[in-house]
Design a protein around this ligand. Structure first.
Ligand SMILES: [Zn+2]
Length: 132
């Protein structure tokens, strides 16, 4: 479980936790959410079949709902008399500002459902780094 959390928030390979998962930085809009073909370290295939990441839109949807609920709960608990329009503005701003992050997060979370951490492969990576 910790391995998956590490992989998701550091955007690393779900199997070895060493290689990068995306082509570039999350807010690089030209390469937004581009997943590499394979892990640069352990060579696990990130794209097992064409259209694999269509499923990530369900994760993305769940993340969107989570943000919506969080904003709603926070605004009602802490700012009871806030207007609906302020809430909507905050939501729209958050969703737009966070969309590259949510897009990337949804893809790597989805990959983490299917690709599992492998300790032996991860250890092998460390050894091969020492040899170099
Ligand atoms: Zn890897």
């Amino acid at each position: 479980m910790m391995a998956k959390i590490y992989s998701i928030f550091r955007f690393r390979c779900p199997r070895c936790l060493k290689g990068d998962f995306f082509e570039s930085k999350i807010y690089d809009l030209r390469k937004l959410g581009n997943v590499l073909n394979e892990c640069p370290k352990c060579k696990v295939n990130y794209i097992p079949e064409p259209g694999f990441y269509f499923g990530a839109m369900y994760v993305s949807y769940a993340l969107g709902v989570a943000i919506f609920v969080a904003v709603w709960v926070i605004s009602n608990w802490f700012f009871g008399d806030i207007s609906v329009w302020v809430e909507i503005s905050v939501l729209v701003f958050l969703i737009v500002a966070l969309s590259p992050l949510l897009f990337s997060l949804s893809k790597i979370m989805y990959a983490n459902i299917f690709i599992h951490f492998d300790e032996t492969i991860s250890k092998k990576q460390e050894e091969s780094v020492k040899e170099l």
